[in-house]
Design a protein around this ligand. Structure first.
Ligand SMILES: [Zn+2]
Ligand SMILES: [Zn+2]
Length: 124
C-alpha cells in the first residue's frame, strides 16, 4: 500500500476578517484586530474533504494578545451577521509568540527558545 502523502490530516490557519475596532481587554480600549480561523481537515489527493475542529481566534494588532471566541460568534462575524465583539466574547489565551530567524541556519524559531532547535546555535 502506497498511500503516504496521498491523504492525511492537516491544520490550517486563516485570517478571515480585519476587525477595525474591538474592545481589547489587555489594551483596555478599542483596537484593530484580526479574526483568525483554525481548523483541521482531512485531505485526499490534496483536496480538502472534511473540515472539523474549527476554532476562532481574535488577535489584537496593538498588543498581540490572542483571544478565543465562541464558535457560533466567530461564524457570525465571518458571515458578516455580527460585527460587535464585546468583552464577554473574548477569552484570553496567551500572548502571541514572536518568531525569530536563526542567523546560523535561517530556520524560523519560536521566540521561547534560547537555543536553536535545528542547529543548536544560541539565539540572540
Ligand atoms: Zn490589545
Ligand atoms: Zn539554527
Amino acid at each position: 500500500m502506497f498511500f503516504i502523502g496521498i491523504f492525511g490530516i492537516e491544520t490550517k490557519e486563516k485570517i478571515i476578517k480585519e476587525l477595525p475596532n474591538f474592545y481589547c481587554k489587555n489594551c483596555n480600549k478599542e483596537e484593530a484586530g484580526q479574526l483568525i480561523k483554525k481548523y483541521n481537515y482531512f485531505h485526499f489527493f490534496f483536496l480538502p474533504i472534511i473540515k472539523w475542529n474549527e476554532i476562532y481566534y481574535i488577535l489584537c494588532n496593538n498588543c498581540n494578545t490572542i483571544y478565543e471566541t465562541a464558535k457560533e460568534k466567530g461564524k457570525r462575524i465571518e458571515l458578516g451577521e455580527d460585527e460587535n465583539v464585546t468583552y464577554w466574547d473574548l477569552q484570553e489565551i496567551k500572548k502571541y509568540k514572536g518568531i525569530r530567524i536563526c542567523k546560523s541556519c535561517n530556520n524560523e524559531v519560536d521566540d521561547e527558545f534560547l537555543y536553536c532547535p535545528y542547529c543548536g546555535e544560541k539565539l540572540e
